[in-house]
Write a protein that binds this ligand. Sequence first.
Ligand SMILES: [Zn+2]
Length: 80
Amino acid sequence: MNYEVFIDGDFYDEVEAPSSADACRQVFDRLDGHVGEMQAELVEGSDEPGICPACSGSGEGQNEGSRCHYCKGRGEGSPL
Ligand SMILES: [Zn+2]
């Protein structure tokens, strides 16, 4: 599983770890303890996270000028 690790609210790195605590520990070890407040968020297992699968991110529907019915024209896929 991949986790995005944030330090003091800023994105630092993406690491592969079995849990969010382990992801934090990996970064903690790498920085030799010189870190602020850490937070790890799970990255969903997808090759193209956030891209709408119906329109491939264009936000357009099948007809020209129409919006994608799946993402409502945002171009982002958010499985409901
Ligand atoms: Zn779409």
